[in-house]
Ligand binder design. Sequence first.
Ligand code: 6PG
Length: 240
Amino acid sequence: MKLNIFNDENEVLSALAAHFVQIANESIAQNGKFSVALSGGSSPKKLYELLASSFKTSIDWSKVYFFFGDERNVPQTSPDSNYLMAKTALFTPLNINAENIYPVDTSLGPKDAAQLYEAEIEQFFDNEEPSFDLVLLGLGDNSHTASLFPHTPVLHDRTPGVKEVFLQDQQVYRITLNAPLINEAQHIAFLVYGETKAIAVHHVLEDDEDIEEYPAQLIEPIVGEIQWFLDHDAASMLSK
Ligand code: 6PG
C-alpha cells in the first residue's frame, strides 16, 4: 500500500489524473485496452473534468472501457446518478463511444440490475476471472467505500460479484461491486480529500480490523497494488 499525501485538493487531483493516465497507457500498450471502474459521489467529479480537459490528448480514449464501482438505484437522468455525473464530466466532453461505457441498468429492479451487471462484467472479461486494470474508490465519512456500507450483508461475500445493497437509514438501494471483485483489480486508487474524511481515513488505515464498522478495510488487492491519494486535511488524523 502506498500513501500519497498532498498539500491540497488540486495537487491530489493532478497526481491521481497522472496515475490514471500512466496505468491506462501501460494497459493499452500491454493488452490493447484499459478497463476502469469509476467511483461515484462528489469527490471524483473534478478528477473526471481534469482528465477530460488537461489530459484530453494523453490517452487513446477509444481503447478505454468504463464501468462503475457502484451506482445509486435511480434513473440515469437523476442528479443522484453516478452515470450522469460521469457522463457530464467525462464521457460527453471526450465524446466517448457508447459501446465503451457500461452503466448499471437501473431501469431494472436492484437485484436484477446487479445480476445483469455481473454477467456483463464476466462477458467483458471473456468469462476469465474479472480483473479491472484500475478501480477508483472514494471513502464515506462512515468508512464505506463503493456501496460497501457498515453492517450490510455484502461485507461477508467471499466470491467476486455484484450485489444490491439496501440502506436502511436512507431507505434506498445501491448496486455495488463487492470486495472480492474489487480486490481482483491490478490497480486500486482511493481518492479522499477534505477534513470531514480525516477520522474515517484514520479508522480504515490505523484502527484494528473491524469490517462491520470500517468496510473500506476490506479493500486489499490479491495480486495488484493499492494507493491512497489524500490531501493534508484528510490525512490530518494519521499518527504515522
Ligand atoms: C457513491 C460512491 C461512494 C463515495 C463515497 C464518498 O456512489 O456515493 O461510490 O462510495 O465514494 O460516498 O463520497 P463523496 O466523494 O461524495 O464524499
